[in-house]
Design a protein around this ligand. Structure first.
Ligand code: AMP
Ligand code: MG
Length: 329
């Protein structure tokens, strides 16, 4: 049997060992407030190559670099006033900036682009780890390419346990969907490249202007590489409903199909009916979405039918994940 990665608690000894592994060019899985990441020293080309290998991620899909703060960001990219303003408002937190890169960032990280994506996560365990590192951490989600992102250390162990040695445990991820990515290369016209855990409206309120939203059909590959139609996908076929699933349908529904509702139904029904929140709270839905999809994917169902969220705030990020998860070629 292949060795299984050890889940380590975040004490000083383990954190010191992990920093040492990272410095030696090894991969470790780490918690963030969005999802678990598969981290390597972002300044070490060979270490970053291992990320692509372990995830089977295509080399044209660039990595996000993680830093402790805005001061550190300035070592790795050219910055501007809009970035400073957004960092003051939202860092540390689930907002990633795309900015012109400095030569110190290897091409493998950015898939050859002249820009780099950078964020500063708020998870206390992540912060403890990175504060003792003198390099940024390149870290995509710690899952095989195109499968459901991990929100628990156990998810990482289940998928990548035979490919990495250690997973740092930070408990369940509080936000549960990836960061929002904003292109700030032109500070006068920021553009959201990917919806995520920070709602677009919050960014607009901070900047006091409307900003361009992702055009999921037409965004050129050169701007948002890696945003492929199929992603975050369970193996079980997933169908989406744009309007609420009515109780009448649930009453007579096939038990081989899992129903995934946004909110708890008023009456208790059979155990093939699942829900993501008590009352439709979008933050609870986002936080549970990936774990629930994993649970249903291993629950022996022939199909999953899920309700889409309202098209605002966090609902935009939730629906983007659901639509990619449902995409079939
Ligand atoms: P993740 O897979 O969640 O780590 O997010 C990585 C995504 O960030 C990529 O798939 C790209 O869509 C985006 N990204 C990373 N670097 C850049 C960049 N330099 N320019 C535009 N988008 C980027
Ligand atoms: Mg990912």
């Amino acid at each position: 049997m292949n060795p299984v990665a050890t889940i380590l608690q975040p004490n000083e000894t383990n954190l010191r060992d992990m920093r040492k592994s990272l410095r030696l060019g090894q991969l470790v899985a780490i918690p963030t407030e969005t999802v678990y990441g598969l981290a390597a020293n972002a300044l070490d080309e060979d270490a970053c190559a291992k990320i692509f290998g372990a995830k089977e991620r295509p080399s044209e899909d660039p990595l996000i670099c993680h830093v402790p703060d805005f001061e550190a960001l300035q070592r790795y990219c050219e910055t501007n006033e809009t970035a400073a303003q957004l960092a003051a408002a939202f860092w540390p937190g689930p907002l990633t900036f795309v900015l012109p890169k400095k030569p110190i960032i290897p091409d493998i990280v950015t898939a050859g682009l002249d820009s780099v994506a950078v964020r500063s996560p708020s998870h206390p365990v992540f912060r403890q780890l990175i504060e003792g590192c003198d390099f940024p951490l390149a870290a995509p989600s710690a899952n095989p390419f195109s499968y459901i992102s991990p929100t628990l250390a156990l998810h990482v162990q289940a998928n990548l346990g035979d490919r990495i040695e250690t997973i740092l445990d930070g408990g369940p991820c509080e936000l549960g969907v990836e960061s929002t990515i904003v292109d700030l290369r032109n500070p006068a016209s920021p553009q959201i490249l990917r919806y995520g855990a920070l709602p677009a409206e919050s960014i607009e309120n901070a900047l006091k202007c409307r900003i361009a939203r992702p055009d999921t059909e037409h965004t050129p590959v050169a701007i948002a590489p890696g945003t492929l139609p199929k992603h975050y996908s369970p193996r079980t076929p997933l169908d989406l409903r744009t309007s609420p699933i009515l109780e009448d349908e649930l009453q007579i529904s096939d038990r081989n199909t899992a129903y995934l509702l946004l909110r708890k139904p008023p009456h208790s029904l059979s155990n093939h009916i699942h829900w993501l929140s008590e009352q439709g709270e979008l933050d609870a839905i986002a936080a549970r979405l990936f774990a629930k999809l994993r649970e249903l994917d291993t629950g022996g169902y022939q199909k999953i039918v899920a309700e889409e969220a309202p098209e605002l705030g966090l609902g935009l990020a939730i629906n983007e994940r659901l639509r990619r998860a449902a995409f079939r070629t």
